[in-house]
Design a protein around this ligand. Structure first.
Ligand code: PLP
Length: 444
């Protein structure tokens, strides 16, 4: 190829060019086939080339692709918002559409602050978040993120919102029970609220299961109930960042449904469009909308492409496809099967320390020593080795960090399209096992 003008993630790496996709498979220019075992960045939830979605996109573009939300509404945007209110828990009925997960969490943060302003509490404007979290790359979203490597360069311009631990029972240093850990996490939140002062805090934000900064870290059934009780005690809103976990990924429509806690605002993205268009949303409860509807009547946010009819029609077709084909159920069933198969591999493996997750969101953490849980030296870059070995085998896996300082753990996430069949899971596991053995040999 002649010189490139495209700024890619790693500028001196030669990325293969993908020519097409079909179901769970991608094909590059040399004809090599890959199982999209990560759905890209946990995004291509219904696989590639789904005809109904392609048809809906063509149909909408024949009508109109773009109108500006400050001038018009459209049937597709209205219908999408209605559909989201139907699939969301509790009174989460209102959607603010944006174009990326970062914008969704940042919009959620702004709406939480505005909620308190409309109620006359103008000092409630800080957010509490956790270390081992990722809420997005724009400055507001990065301020909330506890992902050290992604913060590092911009640290002086960021707010210090992360202060809490995320539940990471596998590495609990004090060997406490899960219940003791959860009590500790809730006390940590309470102490932080008391330190900052409840009149200065708008919301607590958390991923139901930590993605990029944890490798599908999965809380206990009771963790979020304890955290939400503290939020309620001190009048703090709870924002669930379901950008990665939302729309079926964990075997429920929204991951918070596993924990029986209804957030005040949900940020979602990725799976809601399944990658067919850039779209994301802040889903807002009636409770939060009420003072805004009675007050200024304007949610102070928005982007040129927010709620554009082309993306809305695309997402609507994705959600209809998910419903019609029982995709969420498939995620639960084949996700449990995938986890079971990876657990079997882990038993025979010297370097898999932990297998976790729900649905088709399975995290695998690698350790030098299964007994001590000591991690490998950073210099060995085990995650890159695992990702590369799988890539060579024709399997895409998603790299994640794990560890309270953002540096100690090596993890990957297996998150294939939610439409994957049992036989395809077997093939995915076969390729993963070959790659695993290769890395084990390199490290031994
Ligand atoms: N929140 C979570 C939990 C994410 O996993 C991500 C992206 O990986 C984001 C927010 C940011 O989304 P985007 O990359 O679409 O801006």
């Amino acid at each position: 190829m002649t010189r490139t003008y495209l700024i890619k993630p790693v500028l001196d790496y030669k990325y293969p060019a993908i020519t097409h996709g079909d179901g769970i498979y991608l094909y590059d220019e040399k004809g090599k086939q890959y199982i999209d075992g990560s759905s890209g960045a946990v995004t291509a939830s219904i696989g590639h080339g789904v005809q109904e979605v392609i048809d809906a996109m063509a149909e909408q573009s024949k009508k109109v692709s773009f109108v500006y939300r400050s001038q018009f509404t459209t049937e597709s945007a209205e219908q999408l918002a209605k559909k989201i209110s139907e699939i969301s828990p509790g009174d989460l009925n209102w959607s603010f559409f944006v174009n990326s997960g970062s914008e969704a969490t940042e919009t959620a943060m702004k709406i939480a602050i505005q909620y308190w302003q409309e109620k006359g509490m103008k000092t409630k404007n800080k957010i509490i978040s956790r270390w081992m979290s990722y809420h997005g790359i724009t400055m507001g979203a990065l301020s909330m993120s506890g992902h050290i490597q992604r913060r590092e360069r911009f640290e002086p311009m960021l707010e210090n919102y992360p202060s809490l631990s995320a539940p990471y029972y596998y590495r609990d240093a004090d060997q406490r029970t899960i219940e003791e850990c959860d009590d500790f996490y809730a006390q940590e939140l309470e102490k932080e609220i008391l330190r900052i002062g409840k009149d200065h805090i708008a919301a607590f934000i958390a991923e139901p299961m930590v993605g990029a900064a944890g490798g599908a870290l999965t809380p206990s059934d009771g963790y979020f109930q304890k955290m939400k009780a503290v939020c309620d005690r001190y009048d703090i809103l709870f924002i669930a960042d379901e950008v990665m976990t939302g729309v079926g990924r964990t075997g429920k429509m929204f991951a918070m449904e596993h924990f029986n806690v209804i957030p005040d605002i949900i940020a979602t993205g990725k799976g809601m469009s399944a990658g067919y268009t850039p779209m994301a949303a802040a889903i807002v409860s009636e409770k939060v909308m009420e003072p805004i509807l009675k007050g200024s009547k304007i949610v102070m946010s928005g982007h040129t492409f927010s709620a554009n009819p082309q993306s809305a029609a695309t997402c609507l077709a994705v959600l209809n496809y998910i419903e019609k084909n029982n995709v969420v159920e498939n995620s639960a069933v084949n996700g449990a099967y995938l986890k079971e198969k990876i657990r079997e591999l882990a038993e025979a493996s010297e370097i898999i320390g932990d297998v976790r997750g729900k649905g088709l969101f399975v995290g695998v953490e690698f350790v030098k020593d299964k007994l001590t849980k000591n991690s490998f030296d950073r210099a060995l870059d085990v995650v890159s080795r695992i990702v590369q070995a799988n890539f060579e085998e024709g399997l895409l896996v998603y790299p994640a960090n794990a560890g309270t300082d953002g540096l100690i753990g090596d993890a990957v996430i297996l998150s294939p399209p939610l439409t994957i069949t049992k036989e395809e899971v077997d093939e995915l596991v076969r390729r993963f096992a070959v790659a695993l053995r290769k890395v084990e040999r390199e490290l031994s």
